[in-house]
Design a binder for this molecule. Structure first.
Ligand SMILES: Nc1ncnc2c1ncn2[C@@H]1O[C@H](COP(=O)(O)OP(=O)(O)OP(=O)(O)O)[C@@H](O)[C@H]1O
Ligand SMILES: [Mg+2]
Length: 244
């Protein structure tokens, strides 16, 4: 059963059609990767799903809910999480404070409720432990290494307990040992029922983690299928290398 369905998405930036009739679905409980050459439109599709930009036309459906054109916070409430860059102003807060800020807003009064704050802090600590940076909870976020920031970003996305997590290039700038650690956590979460849609250029990682691979080129879906079939598809080789 599809959890996420993207239908006939089009996105124009001025005269440039960045996404051109893109349709695909993400099976509930799967790890699905979205791959394709630079400029294929992958990040633009992510931005549309997570609500940071609106499509020119087309639909984004999550189960029975129509997410098309909804604001990012509304999409988060539907259970879709997305990695985000840690904002500069949040660098002055501690790691655990960054986590609590990422929790779903329950209205202004709730921040004054000590019991809610305590619950969120304890969930934050659990998740920091899960990604392996609980010992840094009281460190200023700005003092973290790049890799530690990646782990904080990953943990923060999990705060609202998303059903679907969108990761844009989780391997970017990450060393092999840390990448191993991150991919193991993705698999743990997936076994516990979290669905993933991952944009990634590291083909070894894509082929190892994914149940389904969706290949984009020129704003549209070229092909999709299990990793071993996509890997040997002539049209995919052609899109990447201009051969075949
Ligand atoms: N805000 C924008 N304004 C104008 N053009 C944009 C904008 N965002 C993306 N584009 C263009 O849309 C096309 C698709 O870009 P997008 O970032 O979605 O590709 P991508 O598949 O994520 O590429 P990469 O693998 O390099 O990250 C590119 O030609 C890009 O230059
Ligand atoms: Mg991109």
């Amino acid at each position: 059963m599809p959890l996420l369905e993207v239908r006939d998405l089009i996105k124009d930036f001025g005269g440039l059609r960045a996404v051109d009739g893109c349709s695909f679905s993400v099976e509930s409980g799967s790890i699905t990767s979205l791959i394709g050459p630079n400029g294929a439109g992958k990040t633009t599709v992510f931005n549309i799903i997570s609500g940071t930009i609106k499509p020119t036309s087309g639909r984004v459906l999550l189960g029975d809910a129509d997410l098309t054109g909804q604001a990012p916070h509304a999409i988060t409430r539907h259970g879709v999480g997305r990695t985000f860059q840690i904002a500069r102003e949040l660098g002055d807060m501690t790691v655990v404070e960054n986590m609590v800020v990422a929790a779903p807003a329950r209205g202004l009064l709730s921040v004054l409720r000590r019991d809610i704050l305590a619950r969120e802090r304890s969930r934050a600590m659990e998740l920091l432990d899960f990604v392996g940076i609980a010992h840094l909870a009281d460190e200023q976020a700005k003092n973290l290494s790049y890799g530690q920031k990646k782990l904080l970003e990953f943990a923060a996305v999990l705060m609202p307990a998303p059903r679907l997590v969108l990761l844009d290039e989780p391997s970017g700038g990450v060393n092999p040992a840390l990448l191993e650690h991150i991919s193991a956590r993705i698999e743990d979460l997936n076994r516990s029922g979290v669905t993933f849609l991952i944009v990634e250029h590291n083909m070894e990682l894509v082929m190892r983690l994914s149940h389904t691979v969706v290949v984009m080129a020129h704003g549209d879906v070229l092909t999709h299928g299990p990793p071993d079939a996509v890997q040997v598809d002539d049209a995919v080789l052609d899109a990447y290398l201009g051969v075949a």
